[in-house]
Design a protein around this ligand. Structure first.
Ligand code: AN7
Length: 359
């Protein structure tokens, strides 16, 4: 595998090399890596100003396939290869399928993905297709597709790489390590979107691991946010017809429900809902700071602003907001939300006028 080749360069080496001692791998595990992780923690002056906190954006959109899923996939696919698996499957609202397809391609494994028909962002569908996955659209929602995958996993010789696979959670906890390694401590408050609830489970596991090992001396308050139309954990009941513009978190029966609730309770935090309108506003707001995240990711910033308005953020707290995926995956909202750019003849004076320039 290419990941085991050495280099004298100063590049980030990927999670298996950087955090291997904290992952469920051994010397015998092949490294299937696209050099994921090492994502930027971007300071937000504007969000710090409005909240009176020190706000950092953990931008997971810079991962190789444009979302945090790569952190779990490098571990899950490497272990699948080690164990002799020939095919992997997953259900997905888009990002898991994009990541599984890419890492399976890297490893030379067959990959099949089950996606809810017509409900995943075009960029994510393009990724699964271009990496050569068998893409199957299910006439139903994500939760039904995940049920199908569980049954396929029982009946057929395939490896399930959804986040119910513990290797996924193990890989994803590295994001908490990176946050702490960069800040030199844990943040006071950690804000993130919640869909199938694997990622909040993973972050909480990562923070607790560093705390248990004495690398940080406090733990953050975990604040998870679901989309109001797909908020089973907030309602305390399965949502049979989840609905939100944030298709990545359009999930009505999260697989990691109980561990997400545990993360919120143990950290004195919460899992709440934000409306599509709040998500859309937050999406535009971070974009105007130069960070292009996808709609589901903006649920964290929407949540941050809601917490701030409710007076629930301690003044001066350090806050990490996770932006889970890249906005280039779904450009329709960016384009629909803007005025169509004017078309002009090739005339510099007309262009200058439109730019508001005067001689
Ligand atoms: C951008 O790809 O569930 O709470 O199938 O793509 O760990 O599920 C994606 C989830 C947040 C929610 N932000 O994370 C899938 C899938 C983005 C996401 C979530 C997802 P979890």
């Amino acid at each position: 595998m290419t990941g085991t080749r050495t280099s004298t360069g100063r590049q980030w080496r990927g999670l298996l090399a950087e955090y291997g001692d904290r992952l469920p791998i051994s010397g015998a595990t092949p490294h299937v890596t696209l050099r994921e992780g090492g994502t930027p923690l971007i300071h937000s002056e504007s969000l710090s100003m409005v909240t009176g906190c020190d706000v950092w954006l953990k931008f997971e959109g810079t991962n190789p396939t444009g979302s945090f899923k790569d952190r779990g996939m490098t571990v899950a696919i490497s272990k699948a290869v080690e164990d002799g698996a020939e095919a992997v499957i997953c259900a997905s609202t888009g990002n898991t399928s994009a990541s599984a397809a890419a890492y399976a391609a890297k490893a030379g494994l067959t990959c099949a993905v089950l996606i809810p028909k017509g409900k995943i962002a075009l960029g994510k569908l393009a990724q699964a297709l271009v990496h050569g996955a068998v893409v199957i659209q299910v006439d139903g929602n994500f939760d039904l597709a995940l049920d199908m995958c569980r049954t396929l996993d029982e009946k057929y010789p395939v490896r399930l790489v959804n986040s119910i696979n513990p290797d996924r959670i193990a890989g994803q906890k590295t994001a908490a390590f990176e946050v702490c390694d960069f800040l030199g401590r844990a943040p006071d408050v950690h804000v993130m979107p919640v869909g199938n609830a694997g990622n909040i489970t993973a972050y909480w596991a990562g923070y607790r691991e560093y705390h248990a090992d004495g690398l940080i001396d406090s733990l953050p308050v975990m604040r998870g946010f679901q989309a109001a139309g797909a908020a089973p954990i907030v309602r305390g009941a399965v949502v049979t017809a989840p609905s939100t513009i944030a298709t990545a978190i359009r999930i009505g029966n999260p697989a990691s429900w109980s561990s997400a609730t545990a993360a919120a309770e143990e950290s004195d935090g919460s899992i709440r809902a934000v409306t599509d309108r709040q998500i859309l506003q937050a999406y535009g707001r971070v974009a105007r700071e130069g960070v292009f995240c996808e709609m589901a990711s903006a649920a964290s910033v929407a949540g941050l602003l809601a917490l701030s308005e409710a007076g629930e953020l301690p003044a001066g707290a350090s806050v990490v907001c996770v932006l889970t995926g890249h906005g280039l995956k779904e450009t329709d909202w960016a384009i629909m939300g803007a005025a169509p750019p004017p078309v002009i003849p090739p005339d510099v004076d007309i262009a200058a006028e439109l730019m508001g320039l005067s001689r």
